[in-house]
Unconditional design. Structure first.
Length: 556
């Protein structure tokens, strides 16, 4: 028996029509607006596309959550490392100050000499406090430390295995002893009155390294010839390019504190486009002055590792000037003074940049607050004092012209601390003014303490927050390997001179098998950091599964 349906087909069709009209109305409301919104018209040229790609990469670096992964992300494009200009604390060519100011975007000023007596030193003119008992006690301790340092150095010279060190090594050894003894005496004498000295972390011969990019430099000849050979790059062959810089240094001693020093320049004073035009421009290749280039991974090390250290702001560092003995006397006193300025600027900038890197900033992500430090350059007898304020890190590309911020450095001429140590071991002609300047650096109280959100706005977490143990171990191991500057187990591929003659310039070995990388059109410099064989997991550990034969990688 057939069962009749009680559903009205006309009514069902009517409901479906109403539902379809309602759905179309909702879609229309979401897709259309009262005012038209057009997508941004982008420049399709090759240069504009390269700039957009670079901006996207910089934004990806900023979004990386941890400090270690940010450094790995910067090194991702180069498996064998970058070609960098070798900046260090032991080589300063002739007339290097303009290049140093350009490469650090620094304005140089004179440091006001400290007046007063010791720890009560003040910088206001007109105040002439009398000598107090505290300064006299500190003065006696410093003189005793100097005499002890010279006596101990004479003892080292008499050892049977002392050998015959060079003049540079002799000065470096003696100055190391003097700086350590003076630091010990000053911390002991001033810590009772200045409580911040009880909290400082002292590093002996720390490792200071920093990596950054500099714009506004003329391209090398090989880059010009390469662009001239391409139709879409002929017009840009002579335009300025970015040069990558890697600084490496090891001061005698450095002091760190958990708080920051007060800046001596306001943000308004550091953001002046007219002031930025005063920074010298050195557009020539740095090799014209005598700087060399090398290949290595980008490293930023301020003397400590990023995790588990509260004293992460530089208070004071002592730099060596022993290599100035190798400087020809014909360069003159003016060049010697400029060389001291250059050493102070690049060592201070690099140390602050490495500290900023541990707070999430780098050469592609701008600093959000100023950072300050103090630098002393000495050979034991002559002392040069500098203060440095880091306001900007953007030095690459068009930022050389568009960035209104500049960094500041102010310093003094070399001041003698004493004339000599007599034959009976006594200090002769001790200079109180130099000691006051040194005490003023120690008495400078770091007082700025920021919240985590303000201190590290681009750092979302720490690697210890990752629940995956393999991920934590992989990131830590990769970060330490990059920071170690160890070469790859296989050397960088190269072609030999006979190959260039018989294979590249002249095709005289056509029957020979094409096995070399340049014959197979393989560019080794295009190899990225993650292009390598993965670690094999033995079957006894992973079981019979073939899916997990290789360990996972966790590159950012």
């Amino acid at each position: 028996m057939l069962r009749l349906s009680l559903v009205n087909p006309l009514r069902t069709t009517y409901k479906r029509c109403l539902a379809g009209q309602s759905l179309q109305a909702n879609v229309a409301d979401s897709e259309y607006s009262a005012e038209p919104a057009y997508p941004e018209i982008q420049d399709p040229s090759f240069k504009a596309r390269k700039q957009r790609d670079a901006s996207e990469w910089h934004e990806e670096i900023r979004k990386v959550p941890t400090v270690e992964e940010k450094l790995i992300k910067i090194n991702m494009p180069r498996y064998y490392g970058y070609k960098v200009v070798d900046f260090n604390d032991s080589k300063i060519p002739y007339n290097a100050l303009p290049l140093t100011q350009h490469y650090t975007r620094t304005v140089l000023e004179d440091l006001p000499q400290a007046t007063g007596s010791g720890s009560q030193a003040v910088k206001e003119e007109g105040d002439k406090p009398s000598e107090d008992a505290g300064f006299k006690a500190v003065r006696e301790d410093v003189i005793e430390a100097l005499e002890f340092a010279h006596d101990y150095y004479k003892h080292l010279e008499k050892l049977p295995n002392a050998g015959q060190p060079s003049a540079v090594e002799q000065e470096r050894t003696l100055t190391q002893i003097i700086v350590e003894q003076l630091n010990r005496a000053l911390l002991q004498a001033l810590s009772e009155q200045h409580k911040h000295l009880d909290e400082v972390e002292v590093d002996y011969n720390p490792r200071h390294e920093a990596f950054w990019a500099v714009g506004g430099v003329d391209p090398p000849k090989n880059v010009q010839n390469s662009k001239k050979g391409r139709e879409w790059q002929k017009e840009d062959a002579n335009q300025s390019v970015d040069r990558l810089v890697q600084y490496t240094g090891a001061p005698y001693l450095s002091l760190r504190h958990r708080k920051q020093l007060l800046p001596w320049k306001t943000p308004a004073e550091s953001e002046d486009i007219e002031l930025s035009k005063q920074v010298p421009r050195f557009k020539h290749d740095p090799r014209t002055l005598g700087y060399s280039t090398k290949h290595q991974h980008a490293t930023n090390v301020p003397g400590y590792w990023p995790k588990g250290n509260e004293q992460n702001f530089g208070l004071l560092s002592f730099q060596s000037r022993a290599h100035f003995q190798l400087r020809p006397k014909s360069f003159g006193d003016r060049d010697l003074q400029e060389a001291l300025h250059s050493l102070a600027i690049k060592s201070s900038y690099a140390w602050l940049l490495a500290q900023a890197n541990y707070n999430g900033f780098n050469t592609y992500n701008e600093l959000t607050y100023p950072m300050n430090t103090q630098t002393v350059i000495t050979n034991g007898r002559e002392w040069s004092f500098y203060e440095y304020q880091l306001n900007t890190l953007l030095l690459h590309g068009n930022h050389q012209d568009d960035n209104p911020r500049v960094n500041f450095c102010r310093g003094t001429k070399p001041l003698p601390l004493y004339a000599e140590i007599s034959t009976n071991g006594k200090c002769v002609d001790f200079n109180d003014a130099t000691l006051r300047q040194l005490l003023n650096f120690y008495a400078n109280v770091p007082s700025i303490q920021r919240t985590n959100e303000e201190l590290q706005p681009y750092v979302a977490s720490d690697i210890s927050a990752y629940e995956n143990t393999e991920q934590r171990d992989f990131i830590a191991k990769t970060f330490k390997y990059l920071a170690s500057n160890r070469p790859r187990h296989l050397e960088i591929p190269e072609f030999y001179l006979w190959e260039k003659l018989y294979k590249i310039d002249n095709n005289n070995r056509a029957m020979e098998p094409k096995r070399r990388f340049f014959e197979r059109e393989v560019n080794p410099w295009r190899r990225t950091l993650d292009q390598h064989d993965k670690v094999y997991v033995p079957r006894a550990i992973r079981g019979k599964s073939r899916e997990n034969r290789y360990k996972k990688t966790y590159y950012p």
